[in-house]
Design a protein around this ligand. Structure first.
Ligand code: NAP
Length: 642
C-alpha cells in the first residue's frame, strides 16, 4: 500500500517518484497497459551517449511530461490493487509497437523475437517458449550432469538443471561461490555494465543497492540465486576437474576430479558444462629478474587481502579495466605510485558509476507493472547499440574517415575527455591518447584514473620494463624506478578455454589438437565436433559485442537444455555438433568478422580479443538477436546422435 510522506499528498509523492522514471520506457509500459494512441504518435530522438558509443531513444521534454501525467493518472485511478493486472486486449501488435518505441523504428523479426523473450511476453504473443522443457514424462534417474564453475554461467546452468529435474552436481575449485567475482577481490572491483543488465532475467526485481554493484555484492547475488533456486546443496567447492575422456561405448564422460587436499577420484557424467570462464587463468609477465625482487608481486586476480600499501612505493603495471579500477585506491593509500603504461587505453567516464539506486527508482520497479522488465530491456538495447560502432563504414573511409561516423565520434569525444583531464601537460596527454580506434579493444571505464595519474605522489612511466631488481624496476632506457611492491593488472590468458581441465574426444584427441590451426573455435561458442555432450560457456567467440553477457549466457543455457531434452527424449545417449554445421558456422563467422574492426584497428599482440594466430577469438560478430536465431535451430538439423 502506498503511503504519503509527511507533508505530502499521495499524488505529489507519485509525481516526485515518477521524475526518476525513463520517459520512453514509461511510455512503452503505459502503451502496453492502456493502448493509449497518444503514446504511439510520439517520436523519439536518437541520443548518442559516451560520444556515440551507445544510442538511446529519448522523448522530447514535452512528451516526457505528457507521459508522466498519463502515468500519474494511471497510478492514481487504477489504485494499488489493480495496477498489476494486465489488460485482456493486449496483443502482439501492441507489443511490437512498444518494442519499436525503444528501438526507434519497427523491430526486425529477429529483434522482436528476442525482445518478447526478454520481456516475458512469449505466450502473450502466441509464441512457443524459447526455454526448453520436457514434452513428456521421462525417467532421469540414470542421467548425470556435471557443471564446472559457480560464476554466472555455472549458477545459471545449475538453476536450469534444477528446473529440468535432472540429477546434477556443480564443482568449483575455489572455496566460495562466485567464479570471477570470487577470484577478483582487488580494491574497487565492481561491475562496469549496469547491474540491471548484468543479472539473470529470471530473478525479478533484485534490489541492487548500486547501479554498478561492487564485487562482493555481485558475488553475494550469485549466492542468493543459488540459495533461492535450491542449487546450493548440489555445489561442491574446492573441487576441480582434472581431465575428462569421452567413453564412446558407454556414451558418457569419465571424469577425474581432485579436492583441495590433492585427493583424486573418478566419476561419470552424461553431460558436462564447462563454465570455468574466460578469465580464469591470470597472465603474469615474465620480467627478467623477477625472482630477485624483494617485495610482493601481486596479480589482481590473486589479490592478497593483507597487502597494505601504506608507506610503500608501489608500481602498478596495466591500465585495462582492472588497472584503472585499482589505481585510485592505490594512489590514496600508498606513499608513492608508479604507473607503468605499455599502451594507452580509451578510458571513458560513466554516468551513475558509483551512485546508489534511489529509493524512488526502486519504488517505480516495485509499483509500476512491467516497468522493471522494460527498463532492463531498454538498458540491454542501449548497450547493444555499441556493436554498430564496431563496423567499418567503407564509404565513410573513402571520404577520409577512419572507421565510421559513430566510431570516429567516440574517438573525438574521448580525445576531448583526455584533453579535459590532462590538457595542462601536453606530453602526458599525448602519451595517454591512443592512436588506434576505440572499441577495437574493450572500452575501459574511468574510475578516476586520469585524476590519479596527475597527483603529485603518482608518477607515470611509459618506457618498457626491462628487468626487476631487489627494490627497483629498470626500464628500457636504463632508468631505475625504486619500488617496494608491484601490482600486476596484466589480465588473463584468454586463449585457455576450459583449462586447466583437459578433455579427450571420441577419438582420443584433445581440444588443443582440434584448435591447433588458428586457435579455439566452437559452434555458437559452445560446442566442438568430436566432443559430444560437452558445452563450453563463455567459449570461443562467445561474447556478445555490446548488449549483455548474461543475456547471451541464458541463450547458451537454453541451448544446453534443448540438447539434453532432445537427446534424452529421442532415446539417444549423446549428441554432438556435426562437422558440417561447425564448418558452416565458422565460415559465416569469419566472413562477418571481416566487416568488424577488432583484427585491423588495434595492436593485435596487445589485445586479448585477438589470439596468438591473429584471429579475433573473444567476441561474436553477430548481434544478439541474430545469434539467438542460430542457437534456436532444431538440434536435429545440426547434430549427430549416438
Ligand atoms: P587487460 O584488459 O588484458 O589489460 C591488461 C593490461 O596489462 C594492459 O594495460 C596491458 O598492456 C598490460 N600488460 C600486460 N602484459 C604486460 C607487460 N608484459 N608489460 C606491461 N604491461 C602489460 O586485463 P584486465 O584489465 O584485467 O581486464 C580483462 C577483462 O576483465 C576486461 O576486459 C573485462 O572484460 C574484465 N573486467 C571487467 C571488469 C568489470 O566489469 N568491472 C573489471 C575488470 C576486468 P597492453 O595494452 O600494452 O597489452
Amino acid at each position: 500500500m502506498l503511503r504519503a510522506g509527511k507533508g505530502m499528498t499521495l499524488d505529489t509523492q507519485i509525481r516526485e517518484r515518477l521524475e526518476y522514471a525513463n520517459g520512453n520506457v514509461l511510455r512503452a509500459v503505459l502503451y502496453i497497459l492502456t493502448g493509449n494512441p497518444v503514446l504511439a504518435q510520439m517520436q523519439t530522438i536518437e541520443l548518442e551517449r559516451r560520444g556515440g558509443a551507445f544510442i538511446e531513444q529519448v522523448l522530447s521534454d514535452e512528451d516526457t511530461s505528457t507521459v508522466k501525467d498519463l502515468a500519474e493518472e494511471f497510478l492514481v485511478v487504477r489504485g494499488a490493487d489493480q495496477r498489476a493486472v494486465l489488460p485482456v486486449d493486449i496483443d502482439e501488435d501492441r507489443v511490437r509497437k512498444a518494442v519499436g518505441f525503444l528501438i526507434g523504428r519497427p523491430p526486425t523479426a529477429a529483434e522482436f523475437r528476442l525482445g518478447v523473450r526478454e520481456l516475458g511476453l512469449e505466450s502473450t504473443c502466441g509464441l512457443e517458449s524459447s526455454r526448453p522443457m520436457w514434452s513428456r514424462d521421462v525417467d532421469l534417474s540414470d542421467w548425470r550432469v556435471l557443471v564446472i564453475g559457480t560464476g554466472f554461467s555455472g549458477i545459471g546452468t545449475a538453476v536450469r538443471m534444477q528446473q529440468l529435474g535432472i540429477p546434477y552436481s556443480v564443482v568449483d575449485k575455489q572455496s566460495r561461490i562466485g567464479g570471477t567475482w570470487e577470484r577478483n577481490q582487488f580494491p574497487e572491483a565492481r561491475v562496469d555494465t549496469t547491474s540491471f543488465v548484468y543479472q539473470f532475467s529470471f530473478v525479478e526485481k533484485y534490489p541492487w543497492a548500486q547501479h554498478y554493484a561492487p564485487q562482493e555484492q555481485v558475488r553475494t547475488y550469485l549466492e542468493h540465486v543459488a540459495d533461492t533456486y535450491g542449487v546450493t546443496p548440489n555445489i561442491r567447492l574446492q573441487t576441480e576437474v582434472v581431465e575428462s575422456t569421452f567413453d564412446a561405448d558407454a556414451g558418457e564422460w569419465a571424469v577425474l576430479l581432485r579436492d583441495a587436499e590433492g585427493r583424486e577420484w573418478r566419476e561419470r557424467a552424461n553431460f558436462i558444462v564447462s563454465a570455468s570462464g574466460l578469465f580464469s587463468t591470470p597472465k603474469s609477465p615474465d620480467f627478467p629478474g623477477a625472482d630477485r625482487f624483494g617485495g610482493p608481486i601481486i596479480h589482481s586476480a590473486q589479490w592478497d587481502p593483507d597487502f597494505d600499501p601504506t608507506g610503500k612505493r608501489v608500481a602498478i603495471v596495466g591500465n585495462g579495466s582492472t588497472g584503472v579500477q585499482i589505481l585510485p585506491w592505490l594512489a590514496e593509500n600508498a606513499e608513492h605510485v608508479h604507473v607503468f603504461q605499455r599502451t594507452p587505453q580509451w578510458i571513458s567516464p560513466l554516468e551513475r558509476y558509483k551512485e546508489p539506486v534511489a529509493e524512488q527508482l526502486q519504488w517505480l520497479h516495485d509499483t509500476i507493472p512491467l516497468y522493471w522488465r522494460w527498463s532492463c530491456y531498454s538498458a540491454r538495447l542501449i548497450r547493444g547499440s555499441l556493436g554498430d560502432a564496431q563496423e567499418y563504414d567503407w564509404a565513410w573511409r573513402a571520404q577520409g574517415g577512419k572507421v565510421s561516423r559513430r566510431n570516429d565520434g567516440v574517438r573525438q569525444n574521448l580525445t576531448e575527455y583526455i584533453a579535459s583531464k590532462l590538457g595542462h601537460d601536453p606530453e602526458l596527454q599525448r602519451a595517454c591518447t591512443p592512436d588506434y580506434a576505440p572499441l577495437a579493444r574493450r572500452l575501459v571505464v574511468d574510475n578516476g584514473w586520469y585524476d590519479a595519474v596527475v597527483r603529485d605522489d603518482v608518477s607515470f612511466v611509459s618506457t618498457r620494463i626491462a628487468a626487476l631488481h631487489e627494490r627497483s624496476i629498470e626500464t628500457g632506457d636504463g632508468t631505475m624506478v625504486d619500488c617496494d611492491a608491484i601490482v600486476l593488472a596484466t589480465g588473463f590468458d584468454a586463449e585457455k578455454y576450459t583449462l586447466p581441465a583437459r578433455y579427450r574426444s571420441i577419438t582420443g584427441g584433445s581440444l588443443e589438437d582440434t584448435w591447433a590451426k588458428d586457435g579455439p573455435r566452437a559452434y555458437g561458442g559452445v560446442e566442438v565436433p568430436g566432443f559430444p555432450n560437452l558445452y563450453i560457456m563463455y567459449g570461443p567467440n562467445g561474447q556478445p559485442r555490446g548488449g549483455s553477457l548474461v543475456a547471451a549466457l541464458e541463450l547458451w543455457i537454453d541451448h544446453v537444455a534443448r540438447l539434453i531434452v532432445t537427446t534424452v527424449e529421442s532415446g539417444h545417449r549423446w549428441a554432438g555438433i556435426s562437422e558440417e554445421a561447425f564448418d558452416n558456422y565458422n565460415r559465416c563467422m569469419d566472413e562477418e568478422m571481416s566487416r568488424l574492426i577488432w583484427e585491423g584497428e588495434a595492436p593485435r599482440e596487445r589485445n586479448y580479443y585477438v589470439n596468438s594466430h591473429g584471429r579475433q577469438n573473444v567476441n561474436m560478430p553477430w548481434r544478439l538477436h541474430d545469434y539467438a536465431q542460430i542457437m534456436w535451430r532444431d538440434p536435429e538439423e545440426t547434430h549427430v546422435f549416438g
